[in-house]
Design a protein around this ligand. Structure first.
Ligand code: ATP
Length: 357
């Protein structure tokens, strides 16, 4: 990949606030035209990184380059980036058009150019018919799109979005996710999106950086992150998983030979850095198939079930005492196993993964 296809190059960035270190040497390349998400629990440093890119904070060490150029000397308003905040506060006494044109007028655009550009971005977010309304006459989702249009109006090379959907209710959030992704594709600019919501990250992103405690844990496509987590933090944070302590006989060429609780052996993919000895295995609940007792590679007793509509979640206990969650599809013909039933569990080929730590 050549230098020009990198939109934002974050290189070993450290950020300290007094004695608190919010970022411990974070590096990532955000590519031109990609929907890139910073994902992690509260306090992991994702907002701090976004604020460093925007220029609201200086980095303590390391550098950030935009299209190859170090942006440290540039104040926020000189950087070719713009931010959509969680609290997107539109001006209530201005029309939608005026809200979008306002920032352009302040940047010195003529009224004619500002209004023309505002109409262009309102068309992009499909709000042309709402230009003369005031924000109070719009739904929450429409207001969010006005905020997006306002941020896109000056033509930033990179758009930063800090939990922009968190003020919306669940149904609306799901609809806006799809729209936001479409708008990103149409503009072709890189979006750097901050969220703590893993479902949001999985559904919208081209790539995700999973962060915890000021460190990047893994960067990859949603599929890589979900199906090939590198460590326990990522496996546990993204989706639901079973983490089993296992004895690892050998690891070679990315495959591990493992003894499962109960003694059955399994050969499965291993993350880089996984070693022999005691290790942790991640098995997704939907990749386990219940079978009659005695069959499969694990034996477990049903302790409870949770009815989820499309799925049934079975809470089970292995003979060595470890808990296990299994998801079975809610097929009309299949009954729900009763509490106390002993079942065999088949682990699909490739469904289990030995983690690095
Ligand atoms: P959230 O989802 O809650 O916003 P986050 O992942 O965005 O969390 P940050 O806001 O980046 O996390 O905070 C990272 C760490 O830096 C936290 O420990 C936070 O308390 C600390 N921090 C952030 N801003 C400051 C500040 N201005 N002064 C001191 N510490 C700060």
């Amino acid at each position: 990949m050549n230098q020009h296809s990198i939109a934002v190059d974050v290189d070993k960035v450290v950020k300290r606030y007094g004695s608190v270190t919010a970022l411990h040497g974070v590096s990532m390349d955000i590519r031109e035209g990609e929907f890139f998400t910073l994902l992690g629990p509260s306090g992991c440093g994702k907002t701090t990184l976004l604020r460093c890119i925007a220029g609201f904070e200086d980095v303590s060490e390391g550098s950030i380059r935009l299209h190859g150029e170090d942006i440290a000397p540039l104040p926020p308003h000189k950087r070719p980036v713009n931010t959509v905040f969680q609290q997107y506060a539109l001006f209530p006494h201005m029309t939608v058009l005026e809200n979008v044109a306002f920032g352009l007028l302040r940047r010195g655009w003529s009224a004619m150019d500002a209004n023309g550009r505002a109409r262009e971005v309102l068309a992009l977010v499909q709000l042309s018919d709402f230009a003369r309304r005031s924000p109070g006459q719009l739904s929450g989702g429409q207001q969010q799109r006005v905020a997006l249009a306002r941020a896109l109006a000056p033509g930033p090379q990179v758009l930063l979005l800090d939990e922009p959907l968190s003020a919306l209710d669940l149904k609306l959030r799901q609809a806006v996710r799809v729209e936001l992704k479409q708008i990103q594709r149409e503009t072709g600019i890189a979006f750097v999106f901050v969220t703590h919501d893993q479902e949001e990250a999985l559904t919208m992103s081209d790539r995700i950086a999973v962060m915890s405690a000021g460190h990047v844990q893994q960067i990859g496509t949603p599929r890589e992150i979900y199906e090939a987590p590198v460590n326990r933090f990522v496996a546990d944070f993204i989706g639901e998983t079973n983490l089993l302590e296992v004895e690892v006989g050998s690891v070679s060429d990315g495959m591990a030979d493992i003894a499962l609780p109960g003694g059955a052996r399994l050969t499965c993919p291993a993350a880089d850095g996984a070693q022999r000895g005691t290790g942790h295995l991640s098995i997704r609940p939907e990749r386990i198939t219940p079978a009659p007792a005695g069959a499969g590679s694990l034996q477990a007793t049903v302790e409870d079930h949770v009815y989820l509509g499309t799925d049934i979640q079975l809470h089970m206990r292995l003979s060595d005492g470890e808990a296990m969650v299994v998801r079975m599809q809610n097929a009309a013909a299949a009954g729900i196993p009763e509490r106390g039933t002993v079942l065999g569990l088949e682990v699909e080929a490739g469904a289990a993964r030995l983690l690095a730590d």
